[in-house]
Design a protein around this ligand. Structure first.
Ligand SMILES: Cc1ncc(COP(=O)(O)O)c(C=O)c1O
Length: 422
């Protein structure tokens, strides 16, 4: 590993021509100035996990070096200061999602845990034959917890189909809704196709049928501008490490009513009202779902990441990312050896592809030699891979710190990688 000075040479503006300065954003990420295999790092794996800006690194470091103690239960200064920072992060998440109040935000250890929390709670009242609708483009995190209800409670899993272009078949989704539908669990944005789903419409239709709605916002929270009240969902899930924050932290938004409907899912300190020898009563949400010492530093890091992110104009960020995608996609146009998975209108900046005659793993490994980091495999979305007829694919995912130079380096490396297989 070699550190290199950030390059300011041959800068191009954001390809959308808008006001977003990706180079200035990029300069705030220390890791992005390093080299890989003797080349400048071109990091295009942010859909798996994003890099961290200095603001997040500093927030977590200064919490550890300046004011740290356990939260909530202390009467001393450090405990109070840390509690304030921790609860401040909750308020930041609420602001980021336009939640009604901080009490609508539960901290979890990630997106996966948030979905499991909801599924475990819902499962307590599921009867055999009750239905849960997911889409074919879900990440395993939004499939397996519902499969577990199928196995444990006899729930019926129904699949909203994906069209060839990667969009959700809304008519087919609507036809799946019945009076037995208890939950509709759909992703805001696909981590493979980049498809952005009409989640407000999905929520309205599901509610009309009497179902509750969980939106997996692990990608959508990063690349869209989620407003949970406008969406009208019951639950919305995000994960910190894709939002330029640390690992080990995520959040579950729920309406007061939807959170209240869930029983506690883990027992321990902090989630109770009273504990006696022969009875226990539970705290109200969000504390009811936060048993034990929470991920304090990680929550503070997430708060810092969201504060930092909210410092940008989100519309400009989205336009920048989509323009990078469009730039790379246009350069790849007409290559008959390439198949792009997901071309839905208005899609986000994720470019997933297969190369004729080459395994995606080999393509990713060769691209790494050119310093270009892409992901390859099933992307934790096996049902989708099956639907699209692939056993593996490679994925380049763009983030706000990527530049036109990155998009060009990606296309150049891909062309070179393909040459190994001709
Ligand atoms: C759409 C989607 N949902 C859920 C997850 C799971 O997030 P985490 O692994 O942070 O719990 C991911 C992560 O890749 C994702 O892309």
């Amino acid at each position: 590993m070699t550190a290199a000075a950030p390059s300011t040479a041959s800068r191009s503006p954001s390809p959308d021509g808008g006001g977003f300065d990706a180079h200035a954003a990029r300069a705030q990420f220390p890791i992005l100035s390093r080299t890989v295999n003797g080349r400048p790092l071109v990091y295009l794996d942010s859909a798996a996990s994003a890099q961290k800006p200095q603001a997040v690194i500093e927030a977590m470091t200064s919490a550890m070096s300046g004011s740290y103690a356990n939260v909530h239960r202390g009467l001393h200064t450090l405990a109070n200061e840390t509690t304030e920072a921790f609860e401040g992060a909750r308020a930041t998440v609420a602001r980021f999602l336009n939640a009604e109040a901080e009490t609508n935000i539960v901290f979890t250890k990630g997106g996966t845990e948030a979905i499991n929390l909801v599924a475990a709670g819902v499962g307590q009242s599921i009867q055999p034959g009750d239905e849960i609708i997911v889409s074919q483009m879900e990440h395993h995190s939004n499939i397996v917890p519902w499969h577990m209800l199928r196995e444990r409670c006899g729930a019926v899993l129904k699949w909203a189909p994906v069209r060839d272009d990667g969009s959700l078949d809304m008519a087919a989704f609507e036809a799946l809704l019945t009076e037995r539908t208890k939950v509709v669990a759909v992703t805001h944005m696909s981590n493979v196709l980049g498809t952005i789903n009409p989640i407000a419409e999905i929520s309205a239709k599901a509610h009309k049928a009497g179902a509750r709605v969980l939106i997996d916002g692990c990608q959508g929270a990063v690349h869209c501008a989620p407003d949970v009240q406008a969406i009208g969902c019951d639950w919305y899930v995000l994960t910190g490490h894709k939002l330029y924050g640390p690992t080990g932290i995520g959040a579950l938004y729920g309406t007061a009513e939807a959170l209240d409907s869930l029983p506690p899912w883990q027992g321990g300190g902090e989630m109770i009202e009273t504990v006696e020898q022969d009875r226990v009563t539970y705290a109200k949400p969000p504390r009811r779902f936060e048993a034990g010492t929470p991920p304090i530093l990680e929550a503070i890091g997430l708060g810092a990441a969201l504060d930092w992110l909210m410092g940008f104009d989100k519309a400009q960020v989205i336009a920048h990312e989509q323009a990078l995608y469009a730039h790379a996609r246009a350069r790849l146009d007409g290559f008959d050896w390439l198949r792009v998975l997901g071309e839905a209108e208005g899609k986000g900046a994720i470019l997933t592809f297969t190369v004729d005659g080459a395994h995606a793993h080999d393509i990713a490994q060769i691209m790494d030699r050119y310093g270009v980091a892409v992901r390859a495999g099933l992307h934790c979305a096996e049902p989708l891979a099956k639907r699209m007829g692939v056993t593996s694919s490679a994925r380049a995912s763009f983030a706000l710190y990527n530049t036109t130079e990155d998009a060009d380096a990606f296309v150049d490396a891909l062309i070179k990688a393909r040459e190994f297989f001709i």
